[in-house]
Design a protein around this ligand. Structure first.
Ligand code: AQP
Length: 332
């Protein structure tokens, strides 16, 4: 049985992009893998969250994992910062990582934008911490979306550099699990931009805790064009917003996008949007209700995270001792 590691940043309320691109796929993987699902609060610090909000979003993210179907009795669900080894290993791995490798990371370039000199070191070193997240548990597989592929590649390179530097075969290279069912969901306001927690427009995304009226309103307001739905996806190539809505419909109904296109060919967006809103409500509604139930009982929710953290700490501690030993750090 392989061991998988993945996480989401507690930087806001999770959206259907996080659900369709990550959470839903983790749920599908949990039967055949040992799962470690962290709430990556250390990564979130790169965005300087308000402390009270960070705590609240951490609980909210844990509740979303469980409500989406990740079984806390079978998988470890925990805040990344609860296992101090993540930060420790990150430093040890940073010392094996040439700057040139980090300079190639496109996500840093995108997130830092033109103000590169003002970006913090944490944002730059983000992929090293991600490598530590994976390697500290010797995870065999990492479910990744398109956007994280480059970071996983770097984690493999760092593991290889460590092995080479110390003449060991300690870290096995983690394999990407490219999920066929993982969908990349774009903003409801701009079909060329990823749906994101940090987008300033609330109307760009559907949160997992949106109520039914809000979901219906956001879908009604989602940007489209006056043209009817085309016969094929290719015929709609220049219409990213239309393609995105069809993609969301397809992902939620577990069908190929072309099937949805064929089903609605010639239709205007109004009836399509009604059906899409209903489909989202049917999927998200039960998750939202379960999240509310979990958040109303923080003692139980924190208890799940405590148990998850204890298991993760145990795994991590053994590996850290081995790493310290390999590197010649004297343990007194
Ligand atoms: N729009 C998306 N479509 C598909 N998958 C997505 N993911 C995020 N957005 C989409 C997947 O969710 C996981 C965790 O993401 P994250 O929150 O740790 O970081 P992110 O990718 O930066 O997500 P956001 O929403 O854009 O957050 P902010 O705005 O805080 O940066 C990943 O597996 C990711 O692929």
């Amino acid at each position: 049985m392989g061991r998988i590691l993945s996480g989401v940043q507690p930087t806001g309320s999770l959206h259907i992009g996080n659900y369709l691109g990550a959470l839903r796929n983790w749920v599908r993987l949990q039967d055949e893998h040992e799962g470690l699902f962290c709430i990556v609060d250390l990564h979130a610090l790169t965005t300087h969250p308000d402390p009270a909000e960070l705590r609240a979003w951490t609980r909210n993210t844990a509740a979303a994992y469980i409500a989406a179907g990740i079984d806390p009795h079978k998988n470890a669900i925990f805040p990344q910062s609860a296992v101090t080894g993540h930060s420790e290993l990150s430093w040890l791995l940073a010392c094996q990582t040439p700057l040139g490798w980090l300079n190639r990371m496109t996500q840093f370039k995108e997130k830092a934008g033109k103000k590169k000199d003002q970006a913090n070191l944490g944002l730059y070193a983000y992929p090293v911490l991600m490598a530590a997240d994976i390697l500290i548990y010797k995870a065999t597989h990492v479910p990744v979306g398109e956007d994280q592929k480059q970071h996983l590649e770097l984690a493999r390179d760092i593991a290889g550099a460590f092995n080479h530097q110390y003449g060991v075969n300690y870290f096995k290279l983690p394999e990407p699990l490219i999920m066929e069912t993982a969908a990349r969901i774009m903003s409801l306001r701009d079909g060329t931009a990823k749906m994101s927690k940090s987008d300033i427009s609330e109307y760009s995304r559907i949160h997992l805790n949106d109520d039914n009226d809000t979901i219906a309103l956001k879908i009604r307001k989602a940007k489209t064009d006056p043209e009817p739905i085309g016969e094929t996806l290719e015929s709609m190539e220049e219409r990213p917003e239309a393609i995105n809505l069809i993609g969301i419909f397809a992902a939620l109904s577990d069908k190929p996008p072309q099937d949805i296109c064929s089903q609605y060919t010639g239709s205007t967006f109004a009836p399509f949007k009604n059906d899409l809103a209903q489909l989202i409500i049917d999927t998200i509604g039960p998750i939202r209700d379960e999240m509310t139930r979990l958040l109303d009982d923080p003692v139980t929710l924190d208890g799940y995270m405590k148990t998850g953290a204890e298991h993760a700490r145990q795994l991590a501690a053994g590996h850290m001792e081995e790493v310290y030993d390999i590197m010649g750090l004297l343990r007194v």
